[in-house]
Design a protein around this ligand. Structure first.
Ligand code: F0G
Length: 385
């Protein structure tokens, strides 16, 4: 029974849209919750209170497999022959893997020019996906892939796809399982297209409704400072879910502002280099459900946090470390207490995006200058290692 070996499908009763014999799995969701005391110290938490959820241990190396197995299953149920996505690299690696490993579909992938890490690009290429680089960034690629998949009848697997979010709910189920169903005080997650945060809100709302938990953790969504649309709208402009009646005026105004100023997302954490998150409204709902906060962290803080995750655990890619940098910030602000129980979700594997890591630690001045100095980032401080 392959279902038992999937960390997603063993919860299939909680994502009930397919029959057991329709399920597609490549063994996703066998991930790990680690108590990380060294990282807790860095964040300013009491020992034992900080946990890291390593979603990079998925078959394609990121949390995306949790959602991809669900969207892919649905695509097969619909009889799709081809599936497409725009990606900063992890969604595309995941889609390409499901296509190559199952031979059930062809992958069509749109990436923005230049920014995708080689680790992620090499996966799409090796797995045999049709990989198209477009002029523009992720936000441009997202617009193009929506148009093209609609025109050509290609199944779209970006997180606009609701089945993706169903699968991603199981990250929270596994965290609760590992904590013996003691609800943590905080879930901290990086925010890009906002699929994860949306899925987490839905997961907890449903568990509460089913009576499986009696309270909800608070949600912290962490933007990179160079890709901070959610932060801007939620924390600065006060946009709220408001029972589903989201005031669209400030959102439109901010989008117009970005257009007028030619503002493009820009961060070393290329996975979350996104200015127009497609799940914005669903995320606002999750923030409402889970009494959430949003913060932004700069590239320096991301890389410093990432080095700590590496020195005190299994490591992660830059975007993932935004969660730890965000927890540290919230701790400093006093929003998170030292005695709170905090889970930071680490979304991608250490090996996904090594360029920034090497530049951060290297003594090769030329490489450091090229990758980091130009962004105003300083080197690893070995004093506190
Ligand atoms: N962390 C990593 C490693 C990611 O790859 C992504 C998104 C995120 C965080 C943000 O998650 O969109 O649910 O808020 N990567 C997408 C991609 C955009 O194309 O691989 P989100």
């Amino acid at each position: 029974e392959p279902m038992r070996f999937s960390g997603v499908w063993r919860f299939h009763e909680l994502l009930p849209f397919c029959r057991p014999d329709e399920i597609v799995t490549v063994g996703e969701g066998q991930t790990l919750l680690q108590q990380a005391d060294a990282v807790a110290k860095f964040v300013g938490m009491n020992p034992g209170q900080l946990h890291l959820q390593y979603e990079g241990m998925n078959p394609s190396g990121s949390f995306k497999d949790n959602g991809m197995c669900a969207a892919f299953t649905h695509a097969c149920m619909m009889g799709a022959q081809r599936a497409a996505c725009a990606s900063t690299g992890n969604t595309s690696a995941s889609l390409a893997l499901y296509c190559s490993a199952t031979q059930k579909m062809k992958a069509v992938i749109f990436i923005g020019s230049g920014k995708i890490s080689y680790g992620k690009l090499s996966q799409a290429l090796d797995y045999g996906a049709l990989t198209v680089q477009i002029a523009g960034d992720f936000d441009d690629a997202m617009i193009r892939v929506k148009q093209i998949s609609e025109q050509l009848g290609i199944y779209l697997v970006n997180s606009v796809n609701p089945f993706r979010l169903e699968g991603q709910k199981t990250i929270m189920f596994r965290i609760l399982e590992a904590l013996r169903w003691q609800v943590p005080d905080w879930i901290v997650v990086p925010g890009g297209n906002l699929g994860n945060s949306s899925a987490f809100g839905k997961a907890f709302a449903e568990l509460k409704q089913l009576g499986l938990i009696d309270r909800l953790p608070r949600l912290a969504v962490i933007n990179a400072a160079g890709a901070d649309t959610l932060y801007e709208l939620y924390e600065r402009r006060g946009v709220r879910w408001n029972d589903g009646k989201v005031d669209m005026d400030p959102i439109r105004a901010y989008n117009d502002h970005m257009d007028r100023e030619g503002l493009k997302a820009d961060t070393i954490a290329s996975a979350i280099e996104i200015n127009r998150p497609v799940n914005l409204k669903k995320c606002l709902r999750a923030l409402d459900t889970m009494d959430g906060v949003v913060r932004q962290v700069c590239d320096q803080d991301i890389l410093d946090a990432k080095a700590q995750v590496g020195a005190g655990g299994f490591g992660c890619e830059p975007a993932s470390a935004a969660s730890v940098a965000g927890a540290k910030l919230l701790r400093r602000e006093g929003v998170i207490a030292p005695s709170d129980r905090v889970v930071c979700v680490l979304t991608g594997h250490e090996l996904k995006d090594p360029t920034a890591t090497v530049a951060y630690h290297t003594t090769d001045q030329e490489m450091f200058n090229k990758v980091l100095a130009s962004r105003g980032v300083q080197k690893a401080s070995h004093a506190n290692r």
